[in-house]
Write a protein that binds this ligand. Structure first.
Ligand SMILES: NC(=O)c1ccc[n+]([C@@H]2O[C@H](COP(=O)([O-])OP(=O)(O)OC[C@H]3O[C@@H](n4cnc5c(N)ncnc54)[C@H](O)[C@@H]3O)[C@@H](O)[C@H]2O)c1
Ligand SMILES: O=C(O)C(=O)C[C@@H](O)[C@H](O)[C@H](O)COP(=O)(O)O
Ligand SMILES: [Zn+2]
Length: 379
């Protein structure tokens, strides 16, 4: 196994450790991991039973392969298949999933496997944290977004009528298996959405990675396995370091929210219908965070332009105007006030002094944010 390196062959299993004391776990990254999952999971099982939770699209591609691998390793498996899409991350599907796990007579010693994107990972992780007051679970992320972000760090949850991810828990997986080959079947739009979260790590604190992405991002998007492996490893290592330092977002973990305060507001307005994907919203939100920083005189406007240029070069949207529907700035501000980073009624913003120099600020006036939104919506 290797640690972060860009030259390792795709089939070699890379390992990133998430160091959280008794809740520590490994992220394994490489090709062919779903076919090898049984052997990798078996040592982590308390009993020889696994319940796979997935969505109908992912099931079509990968459920049989995973089931065969588990059975070959002597692990009994059953599966629960949910509808694909962001709308599944809600109270109704949480209730349905909890009931189906209980009907399957799940026990505390069983293992739940979340096979899919961030929707399946967030929903399944939340269910795992509450059914029988906690059952071990493993993330098997199949989207780029889930491999670089949602499968790592233990944020689980669902959306509510009030906004994104407003009900959930911190509940760490026991293992993450990121099979790079699974990205070959991912639609380009979904891949790009995940790419936005990859870019995020460069923008937060790794300018050299951002520069690497400016050179290699297009190859990654077009299917270069080595570039994908390197980006997933680098992203996971970056996230693991932040999470190890601040697991429950007391402070610096909020940097991982770069672009999300704007992004979540846009997603809430679009209603989780697939009109705007999470990663697309984050791409727009990151540009707005850089523009806000420039507007406040805290960061260079050239960097805001450079971020927008790179995201646009791979085909990501960079402004709310690109969504192709009207927004009301005051309604977006209303959603932003529901953000989990609000403290004593004031929002914490992730701003940037430049690329790779993100920081947290509680000094932003919402009037300034509304003015920026008005400007972007008119553009
Ligand atoms: N917990 C966290 O830290 C965290 C971090 C980032 C995002 N998220 C959440 O993740 C969610 C978005 O996740 P996502 O972008 O993975 O979306 P998703 O889970 O909806 O998956 C995207 C689509 O791709 C399909 N799909 C998945 N894998 C596939 C594959 N290999 N081949 C073909 N199709 C495949 C799915 O069926 C789905 O239709 C959002 O709800 C977001 O809030 C959570
Ligand atoms: O892991 C984190 O911390 C993040 O903020 C990662 C984000 O990409 C992710 O979208 C997360 O779900 C947002 O968290 P939230 O607490 O704002 O819902
Ligand atoms: Zn995100």
């Amino acid at each position: 196994m290797s640690s972060v390196s860009s030259s390792a062959p795709v089939s070699e299993i890379g390992r990133v450790a998430v160091d959280l004391g008794p809740r520590s776990y490994d992220i394994l990254v490489g090709g062919g991991l779903i076919a090898r999952a049984g052997g990798l999971i078996a040592p982590r099982l308390k009993d020889r039973r696994a319940l796979i939770v997935t969505d109908a699209t992912v099931a079509r591609f990968y459920l049989d392969e995973l089931a065969r691998s588990l059975e070959a390793a002597g692990i009994r498996q059953e599966s629960i298949v949910l509808p694909p899409g962001e709308a599944t991350k809600d109270f109704r599907h949480l209730e349905d999933l909890a009931n189906r796990l209980l009907q399957a007579r799940i026990e505390r010693g069983s293992m739940i496997l979340a096979l899919g994107g961030g929707v399946i990972g967030d929903l399944t992780g939340f269910a795992a944290s509450i059914v029988l007051r906690g059952i071990d679970f493993i993330q098997i992320p199949t989207t780029l977004l889930a491999q670089v972000d949602s499968s790592v760090g233990g944020k689980t949850g669902i959306n509510t009528a009030q906004g994104k991810n407003l009900v959930g828990s911190f509940y760490q997986p026991r293992l993450v298996l990121a099979d790079i080959d699974a990205l070959d079947t991912l639609p380009r739009r979904e891949l790009l959405a995940g790419y936005a979260e990859v870019v995020k790590y460069g923008l937060i604190n790794d300018p050299a990675f951002f520069t690497w992405l400016e050179t290699h991002g297009a190859d990654l998007v077009d299917g270069d396995g080595a570039a994908r492996r390197h980006a997933v490893m680098t992203s996971c290592a970056a996230k693991a370091a932040v999470v190890a330092a601040d697991e429950r977002e007391a402070d610096q973990r909020a940097l991982l929210n770069l672009g999300h305060t704007f992004g979540h507001a846009l997603e809430a307005e679009c209603g989780y219908t697939g009109e705007l994907l999470h990663g697309e919203a984050v791409a727009i939100g990151m540009v707005m965070a850089f523009e806000l920083s420039a507007m406040l005189g805290l960061g260079p406007s050239e960097d805001a332009a450079r971020v927008a240029r790179h995201l646009a070069s791979v085909g990501l949207p960079t402004s709310p105007a690109a969504i192709g529907r009207g927004f009301d700035a005051s309604r977006l501000v209303h959603h932003m006030r529901q953000d989990k980073k609000v403290k004593d009624g004031r929002l914490t913003f992730v701003l940037a002094r430049g690329i790779g120099r993100a920081f947290l600020s509680r000094d932003v006036e919402m009037g300034q944010v509304e003015a920026l939104l008005e400007r972007s919506l008119a553009a």
